[in-house]
Design a protein around this ligand. Structure first.
Ligand code: NAP
Length: 243
C-alpha cells in the first residue's frame, strides 16, 4: 500500500522501517526543523506541504492510499491539517500517539496549558530542569530569578545567558542518570511536556524519588480520529486494512 507517514518522532521512524520491511511504499514527511534528523527507510519529504490544502493535493497527486499521523502529540497544527486533508481526499487516517503520563496520587504536579504558563509557574529561586525543546526556551530565559538546566537534542540558535546551563542529549534516558543529573544540580523543579511513552519517563520517576516538583505542560486537545498507542498496533492496523 502507498502510505504517507507524518513523522518527526522515534515512533514514526520505527513504524516506517517496519512497514517498508513488510513491502509497503512509505513516504515519511518531516517539518525540516531538525538539522541532522535520523532518517527512516523509504522516501522522505523534508518540508511542509502548505497547509491542509497542500497536504490534500500532495496525497492526491502522489496516489497515497493511507495517511498516518505519527507526529509528536504537541504538533497540533499538522495533526489538524491531517484530519482536514483526510476528509478532503477520503484517505483513511490513523493517529499513532502514545498514552500520556498519568499523575501518580499525591504527586502534586503543577499543570500548565503551554510553555509560557509553565515558565510563570516556577517560583523565584527555583533551579529548574527544563526538557521542552530548543524552540521553546525563551519564556524560561526571561526568568532571571531562576537557575535553568536546559536539555535538548540540538543546540539553540542563540547563546545562553549566565543563569542557564545547556545539556545536549538524545533519549532514551535512564533512571539512574536522571537521578544523578537532578541531584548534582540541586534541581527543585522539572518542566516537561506530557509527551508520554517510556523513552523519557525516567525523569518523572527520579523527580518523584527526590521530591522535585513537576511542572507538566498538558497536551493540546486534538480532533478525534482513530488512534493507536504503539508501533505494533499501528502495524497491525495497516496489515488488517490490506486484507
Ligand atoms: P506544528 O506546529 O503542528 O506544525 C506547523 C507546520 O509545520 C505545519 O503546518 C506543517 O507545515 C509543518 N509540519 C509539522 N510537522 C510536519 C511533518 N511531520 N511533515 C511535514 N510538515 C510538517 O508542528 P511543530 O510542533 O512545530 O512540530 C514540527 C515537527 O517536530 C513535527 O513533525 C513533530 O512531530 C516534531 N516534534 C514536535 C515536538 C513538539 O513538541 N511540538 C516535539 C518533538 C518532535 P505546512 O502547513 O506547510 O504543511
Amino acid at each position: 500500500m502507498k502510505i504517507m507517514i507524518l513523522g518527526g518522532t522515534g515512533d514514526a521512524r520505527e513504524l516506517a522501517n517496519r512497514l517498508v520491511v513488510l513491502g509497503h511504499d512509505i513516504t515519511t514527511s518531516l517539518a525540516g526543523r531538525t538539522r541532522a534528523p535520523s532518517l527512516p527507510c523509504g522516501d522522505i519529504h523534508a518540508e511542509g506541504f502548505g497547509g491542509a490544502e497542500g497536504l490534500a493535493a500532495f496525497l492526491t497527486e502522489g496516489g497515497f492510499e493511507y495517511l498516518i499521523d505519527a507526529t509528536h502529540p504537541f504538533a497540533a497544527q499538522i495533526s489538524a491539517n491531517a484530519v482536514q486533508a483526510a476528509r478532503q481526499t477520503g484517505a483513511p487516517l490513523l493517529r499513532l500517539a502514545r498514552n500520556e503520563w498519568i499523575e501518580p496520587p499525591g504527586a502534586g504536579w503543577l499543570h500548565a496549558s503551554d510553555i509560557t504558563e509553565a515558565a510563570h509557574l516556577l517560583p523565584a529561586g527555583a533551579i529548574a530542569f527544563v526538557t521542552s525543546g530548543r524552540k521553546e526556551i525563551a519564556p524560561f530565559l526571561a526568568r532571571i530569578d531562576c537557575r535553568l538546566v536546559l536539555r535538548m537534542i540540538e543546540p539553540p540558535e542563540t547563546a545562553l545567558p549566565e543563569h542557564a546551563e545547556l545539556i545536549l542529549a538524545r533519549p532514551p534516558f535512564r533512571l539512574e542518570a536522571e537521578r544523578q543529573l537532578m541531584q548534582s544540580r540541586g534541581i527543585t523543579h522539572l518542566v516537561t511536556k506530557n509527551a508520554g511513552g517510556d523513552q523519557t519517563r525516567a525523569k518523572l520517576d527520579a523527580a518523584r524519588e527526590l521530591g522535585v516538583r513537576v511542572v507538566m505542560v498538558d497536551r493540546p486537545i486534538l480532533p478525534e480520529v482513530r488512534n493507536v498507542i504503539s508501533v505494533d498496533a499501528a502495524v497491525a492496523a495497516i496489515q488488517d486494512s490490506t486484507l
